[in-house]
Ligand binder design. Structure first.
Ligand SMILES: [Zn+2]
Ligand SMILES: [Zn+2]
Length: 177
């Protein structure tokens, strides 16, 4: 499997980050169950680095997922095969863990330090080769603006690193593939 990745740079200083910060498998663990959650790329103001941030499903998606979950009896669906995100969520064994996390009504946290002073890097979908795209916010503590630029393709190994968190987003364990 090969994945396009990109660098995050600042137009005023030598700050450098990479979208590879989100690679790996991310789990919430609660009462001996796990739920594999989505993460997004962002900037953590505490780490001052490009990091993975929790990505919660929106209200409309969760509303549909709850409806589907009530009657769903099939197998857990695979994220990269199932186009309907709500259906995918509803099919997961750990769906109640996702509900637990959302019930806490907390903000998404940085998956490195667990703090919530983060900025989400939106609209980086479909970044073209040679394209520079602004992240939509400045570089904190610097007058520069952050932008993303394609850095090429990378072949991934078969076994990703797995990061396991509690439902508050605190890292419990890291398993290297
Ligand atoms: Zn800067
Ligand atoms: Zn952080």
């Amino acid at each position: 499997m090969s994945v396009t990745f990109f660098d995050i740079r600042c137009d005023q200083c030598n700050f450098l980050g990479t979208s590879l910060a989100t690679s790996g498998c991310y789990l919430w663990e609660h009462e001996a169950g796990v739920f594999q959650f989505e993460r997004q790329l962002g900037l953590c103001l505490d780490c001052n680095e490009v990091v993975a941030i929790e990505d919660f499903p929106n209200d409309a998606t969760m509303k549909r997922a709850r409806e589907i979950h009530k009657t769903y009896t099939g197998k857990p669906l695979l994220r990269f095969l199932e186009k309907d995100y709500a259906k995918y969520l509803a099919s997961q064994k750990g769906f109640t863990i996702l509900e637990k996390v959302l019930m806490l009504q907390r903000s998404p946290v940085c998956l490195v330090c667990g703090n919530s002073s983060v900025r989400e890097a939106h609209c980086l979908e479909g970044l073209e080769k040679d394209e520079k795209r602004s992240l939509g916010f400045g570089h904190p503590g610097c007058s520069g603006t952050l932008y993303a630029q394609s850095a090429g393709n990378l072949r991934f190994g078969m076994r990703p690193t797995t990061y396991t968190y509690d439902i508050n987003g605190r890292l419990i364990s890291t398993t290297y593939g």
